[in-house]
Design a protein around this ligand. Structure first.
Ligand SMILES: Cc1ncc(COP(=O)(O)O)c(C=O)c1O
Length: 376
């Protein structure tokens, strides 16, 4: 019998990793790589963060897992810690296991709460690979064969097109406040505020996919805080538990009021061990020092990037897109930097490289990146 092989959906990088710590990967041959990829925006408190490991081990050793049939202290602790990061207002959270699932649940809530079927989503969007999440993602990203909802796709930043497409049939406008996969495209001035107005006018839900941008990534707890616009629903995942699988769908209490019981559910979502990790992350992110450090490291990283063949740096905090100079691709930059001991990400735009390191990146590490960029 042939041995089991994995479906070859991911191209793999030629790094033989022996251990990880903070923003560094140690290879089997002893070389150390500066990791500005952060497990694809996941390692919020750093790889193998000792405080996270301790919180996880302690919880596992006391009560490892309980189903959603039970109340438990780690859930209460998480709701308190995470709740402290939210914009003013009354919110309710639903806990699941991934970004796709969090978005799927957000869409289900928006459709159920409004009794409508249609969603405005954006060119370049990425919201996940399950049915509804993939239906609102950009069509170029291999959508699910059939879509469970009606989608009106609009160019990023085109407020006039959104206005023209919004009427009483609209359930939601769904977007990443910063489009990451598309090449870290930030919202044009006034765009998020304009979307908020449109949703208010037609009674649709404004939904932010903060799968990447929450957990302090932009230098404040949420991108919603950074841009000063509060959605009706938002989701997060990736860095929220610092390396364990989690999805969080946060719904304004006004919208959640009349949802049917049993609309959402999950076996693993909200388990004690993952929530012990997520509470440790939320408590760290809540500190103003932590947020200030993300902003300072983000500025240092952007300045370091400008020492290389880059014509624009965009993004916020520690989510940065580097637009390469003419004739150089993000993939070429990644290969050249790997030879110099630095790992960066690419994006769907071949000319844009992405940096989303652990939020514990130091200014000194950012300068190391600058030296590598200057040597190209
Ligand atoms: C903005 C955004 N939304 C949703 C997802 C899907 O998350 P997951 O892979 O955890 O399902 C991703 C994953 O990269 C993402 O970047």
């Amino acid at each position: 019998m042939a041995p089991l092989s994995e479906l070859p959906v991911y191209p793999r990088l030629p790094l033989d990793i022996a251990s990880s710590a903070g923003c560094e990967l140690v290879l089997q041959d002893g070389r150390v790589v500066l990791d500005l990829y952060g497990g694809h925006c996941v390692n919020s408190l750093g790889a193998s963060a000792p405080e996270l490991g301790a919180a996880i081990a302690q919880q596992w050793n006391s009560v490892s897992f309980l189903s959603n049939l039970f109340e438990h202290q780690p859930r209460a602790d998480f709701l308190t810690a995470f709740g402290a990061l939210l914009p003013p207002g009354e919110w309710q959270a639903f806990l699941s296991n991934s970004g796709s699932e969090a978005n799927e649940n957000a869409l289900k809530v928006a459709l159920a709460a409004t009794g409508r079927q249609r969603v405005i989503a954006f060119e370049g969007a990425f919201h996940g690979r399950t049915a509804a999440a993939s239906a609102i993602s950009d069509v170029a990203l291999q959508p699910f064969p059939t879509a469970p909802l009606e989608v009106t796709r609009v160019a990023w930043g085109d407020l006039a097109a959104c206005r023209a497409a919004a009427d009483s049939s609209l359930a939601a406008i769904f977007l990443e406040p910063i489009q990451s996969m598309a090449g870290v495209r930030t919202p044009p001035a006034g765009f998020l505020e304009g979307l908020c107005d449109i949703c208010d006018k037609v009674g649709a839900a404004l939904c932010f996919d903060e799968v990447q941008t929450a957990s302090g990534r932009t230098g404040t707890p949420l991108a919603a805080t950074t841009y000063g616009v509060t959605p009706d629903i938002f989701t997060t995942a990736k860095g929220a538990a610092g390396g364990l699988p989690i999805g969080v769908t946060v719904i304004s209490s006004a919208l959640a009021r009349d949802l049917p019981a049993g609309l959402l559910g999950s076996t693993f979502g909200g388990g004690p061990t993952v929530l012990a990790a997520a509470t440790a992350v939320a408590r760290a992110v809540a500190s103003e020092n932590f947020q200030a450090q993300v902003r300072a490291s983000g500025e240092a990283l952007a300045a370091a990037a400008r020492r290389g063949p880059v014509r624009e740096v965009r993004g916020a905090g520690l989510l940065l897109g580097l637009v390469m100079e003419e004739g150089l691709s993000a993939a070429e930059l990644r290969s050249a930097l790997l030879e110099r001991g630095v790992l960066v990400g690419t994006s769907c735009d071949p000319s844009v490289a992405r940096l989303f390191p652990a939020l514990t990146l130091t200014v000194h590490q950012a300068q190391r990146f600058g030296d590598a960029m200057a040597s190209l």
